[in-house]
Design a protein around this ligand. Sequence first.
Ligand code: 6PG
Length: 467
Amino acid sequence: MAHFGMVGLGTMGRNFSLNVADHGFEVCGYDRDEAQRTRLLQEGDGKPVSIAGSSAELVQKLQTPRLIMLLVPAGKIVDAVIDELLPQLSKGDILIDGGNSHYIDTERRYQALQNSGIHFIGMGVSGGEEGARFGSSMMPGGDKQSYELVKEILEAVAAKAPDGAPCVAFMGNTAAGHYVKMVHNGIEYAVMQMISEVYCLLKNAGFSNTELSELFNDWNAGELESFLVEITSKIFAKKDTETGADVIDLILDKAKQKGTGLWTSESALELNVPIPTIDVSVSMRYLSSLKDERVRLSKLYSHQNKISSIDKAPLQNICRDALHFGMMMAYCQGIELLETASETFKYDIDIKTVIQVWRAGCIIRSALLRDLYNAYEKQPDLQNIIESEIFVPVLKEKRGSLVQFLKTSMDAGLPAAASAASLDYFDAYTLSRMPANLIQAQRDFFGAHTYERVDKEGTFHTEWGKN
Ligand code: 6PG
């Protein structure tokens, strides 16, 4: 009898299953596609891995209480798999949805299974294929009792932080796990976008792909150390086996997306939490996809200039610090959103625990998360990292570089929208008097929406048209 059942044997499901088997747990995998089942058997040769030809067979082959994880595409398929399994399960069995499910779906599924006696855990899994195979960062949510039942196995297969701690922990109630994963992806979008903006400027300033690869490699040895910077260095060095050209130059400049960034922005808008760096990163992906229009319109304007007379050494330092500043703002916005969502949806998320789980295995793992962890350790009641004792001096020091980076990009006609949004977010958040008084006046002028005053309490209206 197997300890662990997996439904969905695509790359993620297969790799996760092999990882579980490597830790001594007997795994049984099921996928409708026979070819995927066969692949698991082949790759799991010599490991405690078996397959089932149907969901009924899977259910029969598992020890009770059964532990079944789903790694199938988010959306209707998750519901279909749950509906198929449910009548075959017994009280006490545990279902883990490990896909990138929308948190509202997870909330619905959690509530629907509440009185069924089946434990339901919505769990974000980050780290891609490699993470699934050798240790991902996992963000389970639902209820604490259910998590305790699967803790041992999840801790065994999770990525390990530098201090050896497993990168998995209970994130919070109901859909908290998938909410945290969604915000992780929002931050992922923002950091990727800002890296691409730095690339855009450096490329146009004449850096070769080899130089870029070396530069990102150097950056990865310092304060920008992160998975995304590390893979960026490797990307610039990769040659196409067919043509010998750099692969990066052969890739069409249209960024695709599966929706988690959009969901983050949607939720933030609903909760009134400003996350402009993430919002604009989603929009820039849409803009990138308008390739035909961009090519057509580029012929009408010629504002894009090559930056020739620039010293490479100072430029690369400006870019490094601008990216560092932008990354801090991306994490800051994500954490603010998590704080508000936790309060609104009663998730009871502990930010320090989230940071701990993101320290290894996931796509946004970075040295910065170590600083963030220390910031929360030092000031457990920290409202916003902008006021952290650790971050204040760094933000003060790097802001000038971000400004320089933006000026240079703008002069060259190169968009750097997410980096600009990071600066604006910071500047607005640290500005004691914003021009919103004028917006209030305009609202009151055309709609009698009233306003508050700085000199006395109450709600006021002015007859703007009268003398
Ligand atoms: C992860 C990634 C993973 C996936 C993204 C890609 O944490 O391992 O975030 O979940 O690669 O969903 O998202 P887009 O297709 O939307 O870029």
